[in-house]
Design a protein around this ligand. Structure first.
Ligand SMILES: Nc1ncnc2c1ncn2[C@@H]1O[C@H](COP(=O)(O)OP(=O)(O)OP(=O)(O)O)[C@@H](O)[C@H]1O
Ligand SMILES: [Mg+2]
Length: 337
């Protein structure tokens, strides 16, 4: 990469990790991590348990310090921050958690108010700000309730309101929807998308739920044993996962295996988003001829590109290589199964 390109890239970088290593005693949790996270993007981190995801996230607000390498925010190395600078960093980089971490003996309003108190914001300003935030997360009428009186989704909304109350530019989410039912997950995701777009917040999130990445993220990295093994736009990584671990995480185990019918052949059309192809059933029928039926498939539009695969059952006698050649025009990748 030329120096000029590097400068352009860095101009867009909100967060940079350069040559990061993180060791806990003899355990190496992160190993040679180089990453740039752009301003205003939603950046996903996935990986198996113990891969180093939380360790990486905790470096971004100095809950942890790297054993080697640098963490830069807005181009500034945060390693030496102390006193006021460290306080400002903690205000700028907020976090939400899987188990919400709300104070049970404080009301919703008091929970959201707490960071303002600790930052020394005068009482009169605090009340207005708390109300504003509760409105943003759709809980304006719950200020006097206690956490135990709320659903999981509502508790996480309070967590989000509390995280945003000091107007951070970066929000870190460690498994923020893992404890929620699917409906609450959807509503929290919508809220996160909304604040990302409305407030221009940079969001870095860890999740084990692939639909969270699919629905919310712009880019994603896959961590394995402390290293980045895959990185890219969500449509690229989901459409064509290259590393075995990514394939496991994104496994399409839901697709049924082929049934064995004598005289029947099966061909898979893979849509990876590369050529922005549309699964056109009429074109498929026309290209492959008589005796072609849709056997199974999953397709999903992600960021405007169709990703997934269609499995076709073929009962005509057209030679395999001819069918293969015709089918390869219809999809990004084609294989006999
Ligand atoms: N405070 C710590 N002290 C010692 N070892 C730690 C500490 N935190 C994490 N580790 C180790 O570092 C490695 C990475 O842990 P980390 O919590 O970052 O993984 P993770 O990807 O977040 O996993 P999970 O999906 O289970 O949350 C693991 O081997 C873990 O045991
Ligand atoms: Mg973790």
């Amino acid at each position: 990469m030329s120096r000029f390109q590097q400068q352009i890239q860095s101009a867009h970088a909100h967060l940079q990790l350069q040559g990061i290593h993180k060791r806990y005693g003899s355990v190496s949790a992160l190993d040679t991590i180089d990453l740039e996270i752009r301003r205003g993007e939603v950046f996903g981190i996935i990986g198996r348990s113990g891969a180093g995801k939380s360790s990486l996230l905790r470096l971004l607000n100095r809950l942890e310090s790297p054993s080697a390498g640098q963490v830069l925010i807005d181009g500034q190395d945060i390693a030496g921050f102390q006193g006021k600078q460290l306080q400002a960093l903690r205000r700028n980089v907020a976090m939400i958690f899987q188990h919400f971490n709300l104070l049970a003996n404080r009301t919703v309003g008091e929970n959201v108010e707490l960071p303002l108190r600790m930052a020394g914001v005068p009482r009169t300003q605090r009340a207005a700000r708390v109300q504003e935030l509760l409105q943003l997360v759709g809980l304006a009428d719950r200020a006097g309730h206690y956490p135990a009186q709320l659903s999981g989704g509502q508790k996480q909304r309070v967590g989000i309101a509390r995280a945003l109350v000091l107007q951070p530019q970066i929000l870190l989410c460690d498994e923020a929807t893992s404890a929620l039912d699917p409906q609450s997950t959807q509503s929290v995701l919508e809220l996160l998308r909304d604040i990302n777009q409305r407030l221009g917040l940079t969001i870095v999130l860890i999740t084990h739920e692939m639909q969270v990445i699919r629905d919310l993220c712009d880019r994603v990295v896959v961590l394995e044993q402390g290293r980045v093994v895959e990185a890219g736009e969500v449509w690229q990584v989901f459409g064509n996962p290259r590393h075995p671990v990514s394939r496991i995480l994104l496994s399409d185990a839901a697709l049924p295996r082929k049934a064995s019918h004598p005289g029947q052949r099966y061909i898979d059309l893979h849509y990876t988003g590369d050529r922005q192809l549309q699964p056109d059933l009429q074109a498929i029928g026309a290209a492959l001829g008589e005796g072609v039926s849709l056997y199974s498939g999953t397709l999903e539009p992600i960021q405007g590109r169709y990703l997934g695969r269609l499995r076709l059952a073929i009962s005509n006698s057209t030679p395999a290589d001819v069918l293969m050649q015709r089918a390869s025009r219809l999809a990004d990748r084609v294989e006999w199964v």
